[in-house]
Design a protein around this ligand. Structure first.
Ligand SMILES: *Cc1c(COP(=O)(O)O)cnc(C)c1O
Length: 440
């Protein structure tokens, strides 16, 4: 079944190991495989499918555009689709939030948006180093990888990753320590060895890093520190933007106004490659073509993004629905955490269940969940956090059913704790799932 993939696709493949089946189609929050099994999706393309798979309004617009021979590729030439997207983005996203920002199309992926952000910050400030935080994830190309915390991913670089200072994220030293006391101290000391940076780059909720939530006060203090040291504040909203936390941007209710914002994943609304780097107008010091790329104008993504904004961001219905579903999900996770010596945390519809004592529970539970028809991933430094990331539009019944499957899977995985101590599961390996199938 998956033998073609095993034979031909590089060992670097990953998610097809975590979810070893052949998918055929998907609608909303349900995926189908070749055997006719249905899976509830609590992964949503790592946050790229906030409005679900094949959202019909977006699909209709896309099909109509293609049928009418609309421009698919045009470098960054002016197209009707680009203008329609920009006007809608201004009207429904920027204006209502009083955000005066220029829009840059940095290339189609999240890491492109981050590379452009730090390149611009370095250019504008004339400084080299950028502060990134512990457990951060900002992408896999060299500049972004230097900002990423994960050791395994960093080691893949094969070259020195430099011009980044790593400082502790909110809560990194435990609940009683404000890590910005340390940051403030080292930045105030000319002999600390940490120079004033070009920028601080931060996720308001660390998705890959284990659903670590930065508090409003911590982020506001960070913004103040950045200002004090003439450094820019970059918010990487690639995973938790586009409504994931309830509001369009994850920072809008937190009282911080970043200088630069990175968006990707769900901005096309349809799972198409698309990324934006937004910045305050005075930072727009690029000369024409100074940052370039062949695929910076994904017109198909312009079309779906524009319809997604019209459909979901013309009023606050989606935000309210996210708040309702988030309240329900966090209640269910709190119960689970209570029963299994875990910690529940999150914001909006990014929620985590952390098994700090025995990270293998998270791994086993997600494998068991897959066998029971639920797609859900782990995150965190040790893969110890089960990360709930459903489409924001998920039907209540699917959310409930998915949480039922998760509850059962965590139960079984916890019971298997003693037996499994001899079989250490490797995160996301095909073998892990096979072992599990044999055991259960
Ligand atoms: C996924 C992600 C990226 C990288 O996006 P790619 O499209 O995979 O390059 C960067 N930052 C955050 C916070 C992400 O979640």
């Amino acid at each position: 079944m998956t033998s073609t993939i095993q034979r031909l696709e590089s060992e670097v493949r990953s998610y097809c190991r975590s979810f070893p089946t052949v998918f055929t189609k998907a609608e909303g929050s349900v995926l189908h495989d070749a055997k006719g099994t249905q899976y509830i999706d609590f992964f949503a393309g790592a946050g790229s499918l906030n409005y679900g798979h094949n959202e019909p309004h977006l699909r209709d617009a896309l099909v109509a555009y293609l049928q009418a021979s609309g421009i698919t590729h045009g470098l960054d030439m002016a197209t009707e689709a680009k203008i329609a997207f920009l006007e809608t983005f201004e009207r429904l996203v920027l204006k209502p939030r009083d955000l005066d920002m220029k829009v840059m199309f940095p290339g189609p992926t999240g890491t492109n948006a981050v590379e452009a952000a730090i390149k611009l910050a370095r250019k504008v400030t004339g400084r080299n180093n950028v502060v990134a935080f512990t457990n951060a994830f900002h992408g896999m190309t060299l500049g972004s990888l230097a900002l990423t915390g994960n050791a395994g991913k960093r080691h893949g670089a094969g070259v020195a990753l430099h011009d980044v200072n790593r400082l502790p994220f909110d809560g990194y030293m435990g609940d009683d320590v404000d890590t910005l006391d340390y940051v403030e101290t080292v930045l105030a000391d000319p002999s600390s060895g940490i120079d004033a940076p070009a920028a601080f780059i931060v996720e308001t909720v660390q998705g890959e890093g284990g659903v670590n939530v930065a508090s409003g006060p911590w982020l506001r203090r960070l913004a103040k520190l950045a200002k004090l040291h003439d450094a820019l504040l970059i918010i990487d909203d690639i995973q938790v933007g586009c409504g994931r936390t309830g509001e369009f941007f994850s920072f809008e209710k937190l009282g911080v106004s970043p200088d630069i914002v990175c968006l990707s994943k769900s901005i096309s609304g349809y799972g198409l490659p698309f990324a934006l780097t937004l910045f305050k107008p005075e930072l727009d010091q690029w000369s024409p073509g100074e940052h370039n790329g062949t695929f910076r104008g994904n017109n198909l993504a312009f079309v779906t993004a524009q319809v997604a904004l019209e459909r979901y961001w013309a009023d606050d219905a989606l935000s309210r629905a996210v708040a309702d579903k988030a309240a329900y999900a966090s209640e269910r996770l709190a119960e689970l955490a209570n029963r299994h010596d875990a910690k529940a945390r999150g914001r909006g519809l990014i929620q985590g269940l952390a098994f700090d004592e025995d990270p293998s529970i998270a791994d086993r539970a997600t494998a068991l969940a897959f066998e029971r028809g639920l797609i859900i991933e782990t995150s965190g430094a040790h893969g110890e956090v089960i990360k709930l990331l459903p489409p924001l539009t998920i039907e209540r019944t699917h959310l409930e059913r998915g949480l039922d499957i998760l509850t059962e899977s965590v139960q079984l995985a916890s019971q298997g704790r003693a037996a499994a101590s001899t079989t250490r599961f490797t995160a996301g390996s095909e073998q892990a799932v096979l072992n599990q199938a044999v055991e259960s």
